[in-house]
Design a protein around this ligand. Structure first.
Ligand SMILES: Nc1ncnc2c1ncn2[C@@H]1O[C@H](COP(=O)(O)OP(=O)(O)OP(=O)(O)O)[C@@H](O)[C@H]1O
Ligand SMILES: [Mg+2]
Length: 247
């Protein structure tokens, strides 16, 4: 078996007396677009917090490209190549789309020098590529605050991609989007992550179906089911706890 991009083994996490994960096992291969679904409170966001070092597990292993990252800091884990987009859009509304990318690429501490120093040409080239891939080239000089809700989410995906992470975690990238924005976002994500690896938490079943990746269902402290969308959708237990009769 080739090395996994992410390999989680026997992960345990409790909040107070409540077990969120009991011996969770999850393996994601390089190049996958993995969707994670599960009822509210199943622990999906907590899983991202554990992977990115914001929370510590009680026991178990989290390996990224065969390196144990369990005790590493948020900063170290980012530097190793894991990028994350949070659920709520957090772009700088009063800055242009382009400047949002440049600030993200420069780092916040250096941001105050933004307009006085010459732009690093490799950063400009990366920002240009990213802008194109998240379909915002035409909006580069517009204030981020003038973008639609969907476009703000795309800009955030762009900000995450700027540092070229090898594994990207997206928490509900289509939350609050219209039906057509959701469909376009599925298409955009498929293109952006063509040669990359991403784990996407998502509630929108039409999005999960469109993405065509493997799906993991989290429930009651562990993986309830894993498989193609069709396999997941056909499983009576999954339908009962999560999908209802939407599928
Ligand atoms: N830092 C924390 N301290 C204590 N309890 C927490 C903490 N973070 C999350 N929880 C609890 O753990 C459970 C799982 O939360 P989590 O946010 O991971 O769920 P989720 O699957 O992302 O849900 P949703 O679909 O609503 O986003 C919830 O009961 C939540 O209240
Ligand atoms: Mg969540």
């Amino acid at each position: 078996m080739t090395d996994a991009m992410l390999d989680i083994r026997n992960l345990n996490k409790k909040f107070g007396g409540l077990a969120i994960f009991s011996d969770l096992n999850l393996r994601v291969e390089p190049g996958e677009l993995r969707c994670i679904i599960g009822p509210n409170g199943a622990g999906k966001t907590t899983l991202f917090n554990l992977i990115t070092g914001r929370l510590r597990s009680d026991s178990g292993e989290i390996r990224f490209e065969d390196r144990d990252i369990c005790r590493k800091s948020v900063h170290e884990i980012t530097r190793l190549g894991i990028g994350r987009k949070f659920q709520a859009p957090a772009v700088f509304e009063e800055m242009t789309v382009w400047d949002n990318l440049i600030v993200a690429g420069t780092g916040h501490r250096a941001a105050f020098r933004l307009f006085t120093t010459r732009l690093d040409s490799s950063l400009a080239a990366r920002a240009e590529r990213v802008l194109e891939s998240v379909r915002l080239s035409a909006r580069r000089n517009d204030l981020a605050g003038s973008l639609s809700h969907g476009q703000k989410q795309w800009l955030e995906i762009g900000i995450v991609m700027l540092n070229d992470p090898r594994l990207v975690l997206l928490d509900e990238p289509t939350a609050g989007m219209t039906v057509s924005e959701t469909a376009e976002t599925a298409d955009l994500i498929q293109q952006v992550f063509k040669d990359r690896t991403a784990i996407i938490i998502e509630h929108d079943i039409s999005f999960v179906r469109r993405l065509k990746g493997r799906v993991t269902v989290l429930n009651r402290g562990g993986v309830m089911k894993e498989g193609s969308f069709e396999e997941i959708a056909a499983d009576p237990a999954v339908r009962k706890v999560y999908l209802g009769e939407e599928v």
